[in-house]
Design a protein around this ligand. Structure first.
Ligand SMILES: Cc1cc2nc3c(=O)[nH]c(=O)nc-3n(C[C@H](O)[C@H](O)[C@H](O)COP(=O)(O)O)c2cc1C
Length: 344
């Protein structure tokens, strides 16, 4: 079996790609310095905005990945969307935010970014939100890039294998941020990531990394024992010095006022795990399966909540392991987490 780029680092730890400014170049560089595998988070960016981040990563290490959102638009139930708009409008007005009630759709500049990565090859590209087409996989392979898909079920793993994917990132439902599921309308039951790893390994014979809900070395050990060749951590890096996590988000992660996480479509129309706040309590029950329309609809509201330092209006992404997140340098956090499992 081919060796995958994330299998060659000193430590079997992958610094999760966290789009929206959380994975800064400094965070990715710290993960690399620690001996982990770093990602450039390409989601929400144009190809022009992605390019300097990739170039900066190349200056730090030659072994890294770039993560993209593969388009997966869910047809919008206009009635349900309009009802959500009606509920959000007065709450947004109270905050002085006007919202655009027309659903906005886009492909997150996917084709442009794939073109850029074909012209400027990197060692590894990972996709989340959908399994890339065989054509995209072939194009990336033709320039020597390994292609990885995030999967959340054994069936998605089978689809990925059939399309020529080199390796998988198995994401359990306890992960912070968006679920990478290729079927964002499905209901996602809680289960341990290790159980999902076992299901996937029974279905396909591909190298895989796994993550979701990791809260310390014991969960790393469990996933490696189950057959993962590396472990993905996102939430455990959110409080690190180098992460771009907003101060309001950092404070909430450390506050006794926020004591549970939930998978919710309330912020973006796609299931994502966040600390439960007033926004989740109010809007989760009426949330619509409509990514990226809901993401665009709530964006200005969330930006204002961030400016107002109000954790009740912000998407406070967090996996179930958030109590294990520590402050300090990401290099130390990754080293301490991965040291017991050093390769070679
Ligand atoms: C703030 C945040 C942003 C994220 N953004 C992305 C992203 O852009 N692309 C992606 O593939 N996964 C993203 N994820 C999910 C991670 O890749 C990973 O699956 C998750 O962090 C692992 O679970 P953990 O948070 O419990 O460690 C994000 C997670 C968080 C917490």
């Amino acid at each position: 079996m081919t060796t995958i780029a994330f299998e060659t680092t000193d430590l079997p730890i992958i610094g999760a790609p966290m789009a929206g400014g959380t994975t800064t170049p400094e965070l990715a560089a710290a993960v690399a310095r620690a001996g982990g595998f770093p990602f450039v988070a390409g989601g929400y960016l144009s190809a022009e905005a992605l390019a300097p981040l990739v170039e900066r990563m190349r200056e730090t290490t030659e072994n890294f990945g770039v993560n993209l959102f593969a388009p997966n638009t869910v047809p919008i139930d206009r009635g349900a969307f309009d009802a959500f708009v009606s509920a959000l409008e007065p709450v947004a007005a109270d905050r002085g935010v006007a919202i655009d009630p027309e659903p906005v759709d886009d492909d997150d500049h996917y084709s442009d970014k794939v073109d850029y990565l074909v012209d400027n090859p990197v060692p590894l590209v990972s996709m989340t939100f959908n399994i890339p087409s065989a054509e995209v996989v072939d194009r990336l392979h033709s320039v020597g890039t390994q292609v990885v898909a995030t999967v959340t079920t054994a069936a998605e793993a089978r689809t990925a294998a059939d399309r020529g994917i080199d390796a998988l990132i198995v994401q359990g439902p306890r992960a912070g941020g968006h679920s990478g599921t290729a079927d964002p309308t499905r209901s996602i039951e809680d289960r341990a990531t290790v159980d999902l790893v076992n299901d996937v390994l029974a279905e396909v014979d591909l190298p895989l990394a796994a993550g979701g809900g990791v809260d310390g070395p014991e969960s790393v050990d469990e996933l490696l024992q189950a057959g993962a060749s590396a472990v993905v951590v996102g939430t455990l890096l959110l409080l690190s010095d180098e992460a771009g996590t907003a101060p309001t988000h950092r404070a909430a992660l450390q506050s006794a006022d926020f004591d549970e996480t939930q998978l919710t479509r309330a912020f973006t129309g796609r299931p994502a795990r966040a600390l439960v706040n007033d926004f989740v309590r109010k809007f989760d029950p009426i949330a619509v399966d409509a990514y990226p329309a809901l993401h665009h609809l709530t964006k200005s509201f969330r930006a204002q909540a961030k400016k107002d330092d109000d954790p009740q209006g912000l998407h406070l992404w967090a996996g179930t392991g958030y109590r294990g997140a520590q402050t300090g340098s990401a290099e130390t956090i990754v080293k301490e987490l991965g040291a017991p499992f050093t390769r070679n």
